[in-house]
Design a protein around this ligand. Structure first.
Ligand SMILES: Nc1ncnc2c1ncn2[C@@H]1O[C@H](COP(=O)(O)OP(=O)(O)OP(=O)(O)O)[C@@H](O)[C@H]1O
Ligand SMILES: Nc1ncnc2c1ncn2[C@@H]1O[C@H](COP(=O)(O)OP(=O)(O)OP(=O)(O)O)[C@@H](O)[C@H]1O
Ligand SMILES: [Mg+2]
Ligand SMILES: [Mg+2]
Lengths: 248, 248
């Protein structure tokens, strides 16, 4: 029975794709069977894994109600790719019945083939993100220690409450973690203290330091453990996976 | 007659809000009458200018067809605030007639009161961004010198072509500029060369360096020229405004 995880934050550029890719790949390197689902029209996760011009994407499943296309991208690691067409699907889905549960239905037949399923969500709290939250067990929230990112956390919690009330009462936050973090910066310390007060034990101890290898790896379609195993990025994501596994 | 500028990029965290706020404030400091329009449900521009819990926002105008609420936020500087409710308006607008031109109609009665009008767009290429592009004269594209950001530029150009074809034949790109830039990084140099090849003369010479003052200023509701006039951020945005004014 898979554990389904949504990686969400409507604030842009907080490390959702980088985290989904590297947490997923890290779990796969540990022998877990992992499925990554790119539900962002930008399709960064799809490109970051080196997948180009794939014929079938999640757009086809949502618009034509055909099974989710699954592509192997590594040992124990598979991907449901995305495409820009997905921008249109939010508009197409909106007038359909039970538009919030499309992805849940598409996921049901394949869910038990995996140990972990991770959704990489777009920078918004619209219908695509809700479709990922409805079938999810837990949520991970990557957060930059920045003012705008901090101001937005009320809204994330608000949407989670809504989904819990209407569709998924068991949905819980597995953890909030700081990304692109420069621990010496005063602004970072201030924001970290405020986030700790807001989320309490949900704020994970592990944070991800700024590390250029993390920005370079997607250009060659690799995860951080394959691209730069001795980098701060690989160390930090390794520790983060350890901590997440204690919470799920 | 106002020059209407849209600041767009569907990639998250590339500096759209930071640029809209500081280019707008910089123009106002030079005596131009400026209106900033926050059309992002995250409402970061609204918060970055220190505006909290405003009764009327752009959501009210779009959902109830009432005039745009305009708030003075500084000398020569006004704001149309946003709110999270805007997330819902994309779904509400979609089934209405000429849903792409709602904002254009709301802007028409007040357009001539300003020299410059700037839209801060959300990290998406959906209906809200299109509503900003339809009444715009020019586009500014802040771009991080990162792999995912670079991969996304085809799509931005695609959407601009669509809007030009159906609604706004005069729409043009005033400039693409690099933000959060660390000129020594190899990845940055590589991406900068690729962007130069792609955009040619549209890539502005001025780039915005990484500068913590830019991240601190919104926490106190100030633009960079008021918060840290001698910082790299103020210098870079000052030079950027000079260069933009030669292009418009
Ligand atoms: N710890 C880090 N150190 C350095 N660069 C990073 C780090 N994490 C992410 N990045 C880079 O920062 C940028 C933003 O990260 P990413 O694209 O993963 O965020 P996102 O939340 O998925 O963005 P979006 O909101 O557009 O989906 C990317 O170019 C990525 O390579
Ligand atoms: N040149 C810079 N130096 C340092 N920090 C910066 C710089 N420009 C922007 N930032 C910070 O980076 C983060 C992202 O910038 P910003 O919010 O302006 O991007 P955005 O494109 O508007 O994001 P979104 O896609 O969520 O709307 C913010 O926390 C901001 O304070
Ligand atoms: Mg992403
Ligand atoms: Mg913004």
């Amino acid at each position: 029975m898979a554990t389904v995880i949504s990686v969400i934050n409507h604030k842009g550029g907080t490390g959702k794709t980088t985290s989904t890719l590297n947490i997923g790949a890290g779990l796969a390197h540990r022998g877990k069977k992992v499925l990554l689902i790119d539900i962002d029209p930008q399709a960064n996760l799809t490109e970051g894994l080196g997948v180009r011009d794939n014929p079938d994407t999640i757009y086809d499943s949502l618009s034509k109600n055909i099974p989710l296309p699954v592509i192997p991208v590594g040992e124990n690691l598979s991907l449901v790719p995305s495409s820009l067409d997905l921008v249109g699907v939010e508009l197409e889905l909106v007038s359909k019945m039970s538009r919030e549960t499309f992805v849940k239905k598409l996921l049901a037949p394949i869910k038990d083939d995996y140990d972990f399923i991770l959704f990489d969500c777009p920078p918004s709290l619209g219908l695509l993100t809700i479709n990922a939250l409805v079938p999810s067990d837990v949520i991970l929230i990557p957060l930059e220690a920045e003012y705008y990112a901090y101001r937005g956390i009320d809204r994330i919690v608000g949407i989670i409450k809504n989904v819990r009330e209407h569709f998924n009462p068991e949905l819980k936050i597995a953890g909030v973690f700081l990304t692109k973090c420069n621990p010496q910066r005063i602004l970072t310390k201030d924001i970290r203290d405020s986030v700790k007060q807001y989320f309490g034990a949900n704020l994970l101890d592990t944070y991800i330091r700024v590390n250029v290898s993390l920005a370079e790896a997607p250009a060659v379609g690799k995860d951080i453990f394959s691209y730069a195993p001795d980098s701060n990025g690989a160390t930090d994501y390794g520790k983060l996976i350890d901590e997440i596994l204690t919470k799920i």
